[in-house]
Design a protein around this ligand. Structure first.
Ligand code: GLA
Length: 413
């Protein structure tokens, strides 16, 4: 049983918390690896949450305990995240570094979670949204919900992976019974009701989806590969660039999907920046200050093919949901998985196996969800079939697997 965050706070600090916040995990139904290209996504928040109990402290210290991690945190606000050893301490320090605590103030925090860590269900983003919301209340910062979601997203990028803004927006603004279509260029959100009689199941591949190390490198390589593709396509299409090139800048142009096939299979960022006469940083700069090797070739054509086709699948999925066509949605989920496996190269044999098991057990469609390289798959099915899917997924990959219900976000107004 997960203890309540208020109980954990009382047990740890022998005091009452001043505020308790909670934020859900998320499942991305479709629109994978599109957000950092400023192309749409279609996620929903789930009925499992991370909660933070907090109280301000009259001393410049952050003291935190988490039910999920054994080593408590204790550091001064302003400590550079890289100076801390535990990854979750670094996340806390990154969030605190973006906030402005009242002079001389600190905070005590107790964290509990119903979300499996490193699963691809966004446990870290849920923690960041709940944490920033808790510190906002404890320190009286008067941040808007929009600012809280944005700060949580920037925290994630400071911690190393150059992610888009999908996770924090859906965690903040989702609505029960609805999917949330998020657009980035221009920014927009639309709640789309889930038709009656539809259900969703998530299933672990049995492999973790870590945010650090090789997975972070692989993620950032994809960010850079899509920027290289966007720069080359913008050049072919005569679109002027004013900064980081994004596939979202060229996606609406009719010729773009045809020109994708003329892109190089692989290219090194430095050579492309030189030949296009643009600053190398536009292609390689990361918020964390790290940079990928500019001379190492990255896949270009297959990455662009995935992202542009996935953006079209998001539009088609919205139409399928709005016309209550579960079979059509299922085909789009299957096509998304194939594209992620073959072109974006972020599936694993274990994810492919659990996706196949979900389909065989009666899913309308299934795909990996989140960044991939391990983690969870999501399936859509008719209500009543959830337990068959759960059993098949556990038999194939060992679990956990469970039905998920589209739920309210943390900051819904
Ligand atoms: C991670 C990131 C998101 C998104 C997905 C892939 O979850 O945090 O911003 O890029 O990967 O769709």
């Amino acid at each position: 049983m997960t203890p309540s965050p208020a109980d954990l706070f009382r047990q740890t600090f022998a005091a009452e918390p001043a505020v308790v916040t909670a934020a859900p995990g998320r499942v991305n139904l479709i629109g994978e690896h599109t957000d950092y290209s400023a192309l749409p996504v279609l996620p929903f928040a789930i009925d499992r949450r991370t909660a933070v109990a907090a109280a301000p402290l009259d001393a410049p210290r952050i003291e935190a305990v988490s039910e999920a991690f054994p080593v408590p945190a204790s550091f001064r606000p302003g400590t550079p995240p890289a100076e801390l050893l535990e990854p979750w301490h670094r996340y806390l320090a990154a969030a605190v570094s973006l906030l402005e605590p009242p002079p001389g103030a600190g905070a005590r925090l107790a964290i509990t979670s119903q979300l499996p860590p490193a699963s691809g269900l966004s446990s870290s983003s849920a923690l960041m949204v709940a944490l920033v919301a808790a510190l906002n209340a404890a320190w009286g910062l008067a941040l808007t919900p929009e600012a809280i979601a944005d700060l949580a997203a920037r925290t994630e990028r400071l911690a190393g992976a150059e992610t888009g803004g999908m996770d924090q927006q859906v965690i903040a603004f989702a609505r029960a019974g609805h999917l949330l279509r998020i657009d980035f260029l221009p920014p927009a959100r639309r709640h789309i009701p889930v038709p009656p009689g539809w259900a969703f199941v998530v299933a672990s591949s049995g492999q973790p989806a870590p945010k650090g190390g090789a997975a972070r490198e692989a993620y950032n390589q994809r960010v850079v590969g899509t920027r290289v593709a966007a720069a080359l396509l913008a050049d072919m299409l005569g679109v002027g660039l004013e900064g980081t090139p994004l596939l979202g800048h060229v996606a609406g142009i009719d010729a773009a999907p045809v020109l994708v096939e003329e892109l190089p299979e692989r290219a090194a960022p430095r050579g492309i920046a030189r030949s296009l006469g643009i600053p190398l940083e536009w292609l390689t700069a990361l918020s964390s200050g790290a940079a990928l090797d500019p001379d190492a070739p990255v896949p270009v054509r297959p990455f662009a093919r995935h992202v542009l086709s996935e953006a079209d699948r998001v539009d088609a999925a919205c139409r399928a949901v709005e016309s209550a066509d579960l079979a059509a949605l299922g085909r789009l989920l299957d096509a998304s998985h194939a594209s992620l496996r073959d072109d974006y190269r972020c599936s694993t044999p274990a994810l492919d196996a659990v996706v196949a098991a979900l389909r065989k057990a009666g899913a309308a469609g299934a795909r990996l969800t989140g960044a991939g390289f391990g983690g969870f798959a999501v399936a859509a099915c008719e209500s009543g079939r959830e337990s068959a899917l759960v059993e098949a997924a556990i038999a194939a990959a060992g679990g956990p697997a469970f039905p998920v219900t589209p739920s309210d976000g943390a900051l819904l107004e």
